[in-house]
Design a protein around this ligand. Structure first.
Ligand SMILES: NC(=O)c1ccc[n+]([C@@H]2O[C@H](COP(=O)([O-])OP(=O)(O)OC[C@H]3O[C@@H](n4cnc5c(N)ncnc54)[C@H](O)[C@@H]3O)[C@@H](O)[C@H]2O)c1
Length: 352
């Protein structure tokens, strides 16, 4: 599969990626190589990578796994670790993990000694199609996601679905929501392919992963700093993130993808009301999401709490809550203010 060219780096697939990485390591003469992992990828993925690239001289730096540890305390640990292990400006960090490892590893690379090289080797479906692409790095601030961060491109990204063999099925389902979102904001053919799947399966073969990366990369190339087009990647996320945050505070935890799936249905409903987005497609979207993720019921007071949480979305500006909506599949509209009544109605449509 051909590499995908991003702004200052390329995204390689499978063996071509490892061969390019080996040449890169030979030619760049890094003073030290650090492989950044979390507990799970240290256990399940490190040996796969070492077998592929056969390096002997490297240090591992290991973060605790999960979103709860994507914070500045974990960065302090990692910066101290790099420093005590003798990292300098010519050192390299290879992030081998999901979006948490990638976002945090990219962030410490962008700030350590004012910026060192890093490479992303994503090991979850979500990080393959989304988090590892586009140069956004960062950590959470308390319960607020990704509030502290930088733009810092990796030197390369290597995609190898082999890592998905050890990934929990629920995490695969979670990452799928981003593939589905990519189809909605830009590619009717991919959308049709995904929704026509007869069984309760999701499809995530290498071709679909590649297509999904192409969609995200194309958008980032047009608008890296998210002034307009990149905002489309937030489709379904405004309400999706608020729903995710709401459930974090309860004993019922939702998968990221489940929350985004609901957010996609709600945003599609709002698109139908505001921009006459096709009812046929809206119904297909809801049917597809409910085939994959279980239905959640929301009480009136829960909906009001979720609406309150919208004001924390980092995509807001000037105190306004901005939605990304669709006129049709592949045709997003940006920065739309939506009244509460339509948001409440969208929950009722989802539950019906
Ligand atoms: N930078 C961006 O543009 C961007 C875009 C989307 C999401 N994100 C971020 O990505 C993060 C979510 O990423 P995620 O869904 O990959 O979650 P994650 O990194 O928390 O990984 C999920 C779980 O799977 C485990 N794991 C990872 N790979 C494994 C493997 N191959 N085998 C076994 N276990 C494995 C991890 O240890 C973790 O417990 C969020 O913090 C989100 O903000 C960033």
């Amino acid at each position: 599969m051909k590499p995908i060219k991003a702004e200052s780096y390329s995204i390689f697939f499978e063996n071509e990626g490892y061969n390019t990485l080996k040449s890169h390591l030979n030619s760049c003469n890094y003073s030290k190589i650090f492989i950044h992992l979390d507990f799970n990828t240290n256990k399940d993925c490190l040996s796969v990578l070492i077998d592929k690239i056969k390096i002997k001289e490297y240090e591992t730096i290991i973060s605790k796994d999960g979103e709860d540890h994507k914070n500045i305390e974990s960065c302090m640990f990692l910066w101290n670790k790099l420093s005590s292990l003798g990292a300098d400006r010519k050192s390299l960090i290879i992030n081998l993990g999901g979006g948490v490892v990638g976002d945090m590893g990219g962030f410490i690379a962008s700030t350590f000694k004012r910026g060192i090289d890093y490479i992303n080797i994503p090991t979850t479906l979500l990080s393959m199609v989304d988090a590892s692409i586009g140069g956004k790095t960062g950590v959470d601030l308390g319960v607020l996601k990704n509030q502290i961060g930088t733009f810092h491109d990796p030197k390369m990204v290597i995609i190898d679905p082999i890592y998905l063999n050890t990934l929990n099925k629920l995490e695969i389902f979670s990452g799928y929501a981003e593939i589905f979102k990519h189809s909605l904001i830009s590619n009717l053919d991919l959308f049709n392919k995904l929704v026509f799947e007869k069984n309760n399966n999701i499809i995530y073969n290498l071709k679909i992963i590649n297509k999904s990366i192409e969609i995200k990369n194309k958008i980032v190339l047009i608008d890296k700093k998210e002034n307009k087009e990149r905002k489309a990647l937030n489709f379904g996320h405004t309400l999706g993130h608020a729903i995710e945050s709401f459930f974090l505070n309860t004993n019922k935890r939702l998968l990221h993808g489940e929350a985004i799936g609901i957010g996609i249905v709600l945003a599609s409903y709002i698109s139908n009301k505001y921009f006459n987005f096709s009812q046929f497609d809206l119904d297909r979207i809801k049917k597809h999401i409910l085939k994959i993720y279980k239905k959640i019921n929301f009480s009136n007071s829960e909906i009001m709490e979720i609406i309150k949480l919208l004001k924390h979305d980092k995509k807001n500006s000037h105190g306004k809550i901005n939605f990304i909506l669709l006129k049709e599949i592949g045709n997003p509209v940006y920065d739309i203010e939506v009244e509460n009544k339509t948001i409440i109605d969208s929950f009722r449509y989802y539950e019906k």
